[in-house]
Design a protein around this ligand. Structure first.
Ligand code: G3P
Length: 226
């Protein structure tokens, strides 16, 4: 069954933080599931590749891969095919994250292959111009994240609200069916509220949840105005 991502959505990227090694990823995914069930807000877990199958089978919320490669099933040793990601139960994938950038031609191929296996696509962009280029490839979501704010303590919604408004407007002009997310430094419910007010359909965040002493408490705060 294809898991739908309804909006607004909170996508938690686990990255490769030490906190998600061993049983850490499953524990955070369970916290995401528990808060989603308690509040009705869509929360997606985006665990490291090595845990994708385990976590997809262990939680009811949508699980996203952090990456896919532009290869179909076949002879592609060591690459991660969209078909395998879908097959292990994931609902979607990030593409072109700031920490895993790929050339534009490959982004388009990854989107096409992902669509072919009903994998939801979330393509990252560092600015408005790139977001517009990505929207032309017709992904489900474009996530705008200024790289200099990633991992920091100042939210994009405070440091650069303009980039969110401009991305929403520019992406809508290219293709009204592409939703815009924003990320970088998002940590609180107030940040999420501001993102929605600026026109975003949700947020993509990492350190605020993954590195928190109590991820569940942070998640509850993140969704409190939704
Ligand atoms: O993928 C989310 C990300 O790059 C933002 O990270 O730690 O600033 O929430 P963070």
């Amino acid at each position: 069954m294809v898991k739908k991502i309804s909006k607004p959505v909170i996508i938690v990227n686990f990255k490769t933080y030490i906190e998600v090694e061993k049983d850490g990823a499953l524990a955070i995914a369970k916290a995401c599931e528990s808060v989603s069930e308690e509040t009705g807000v869509t929360i997606c877990a985006c665990p490291p590749m090595v845990d994708l199958g385990l976590i997809s089978r262990s939680v009811s919320i949508p699980v996203l891969s952090q990456n896919v490669d532009p290869h179909a099933a076949g002879s592609a040793t060591g690459w991660v095919t969209p078909s395998m990601v879908r097959g292990c139960g994931a609902a979607g994938t990030l593409i072109n994250h700031s920490e895993h950038k790929i050339p534009k031609r490959q982004i388009e191929e990854c989107i096409e292959l992902s669509k072919g296996v009903e994998l939801i696509t979330v393509v990252c962009a560092e600015n408005v111009k790139v977001a517009v280029q990505m929207a032309e490839f017709r992904p489900d979501f474009v996530a705008v994240e200024p790289p200099e704010l990633i991992g920091g303590n100042v939210s994009v919604t405070t440091a650069n609200p303009k980039i969110i408004e401009e991305t929403v407007e520019a992406v809508r002009a290219v293709n009204g069916s592409v939703s815009v997310l924003c990320g970088a430094g998002v940590k609180t419910g107030t940040d999420v509220k501001k993102a929605i007010e600026l026109g975003a359909s949700g947020v993509l965040l990492a350190s605020g949840v993954v590195k928190a002493k109590d991820p569940k408490a942070v998640l509850l705060d993140l969704v409190k105005y939704l």
